[in-house]
Design a protein around this ligand. Sequence first.
Ligand SMILES: [Zn+2]
Length: 137
Amino acid sequence: MAIWPRSAVRLAAARAMPLQYGLHEMSIAASVLDALRAESALHGGARITRAGLRIGELSGVAVESLRFCLEVLVADTDLAALSFEIENAPWTRRCRACATVFRVSDSRPQCTACGSQDTEAAGGDQMELSFLELEES
Ligand SMILES: [Zn+2]
């Protein structure tokens, strides 16, 4: 039995997607848009013109893939004019001895100021909205 695609148009669109496209990023993009629509509703249906996202380098999210998924999902919707600013948040730790917050390099968790090994997570796994620009209607 031959299996035919339900729609040749849909198949052509799927082929045009970049190789790094991931379901992971697509589901994150969908939840970002849910969050934006909820924010818009909280502000009396105000139109969102710009949204900032902060994505930690430990989050496992490919930023360019996420950007692509967001663009695909907003195309031809009420959010089509929305632009995204996606910022990478570095992997950081805080020293319990001297309170320095430092960027982790080569996966070494010791303090770059005093050399202490006693450090705690300070950032790098986050996925958050950093700002929203709303147009009051
Ligand atoms: Zn220290």
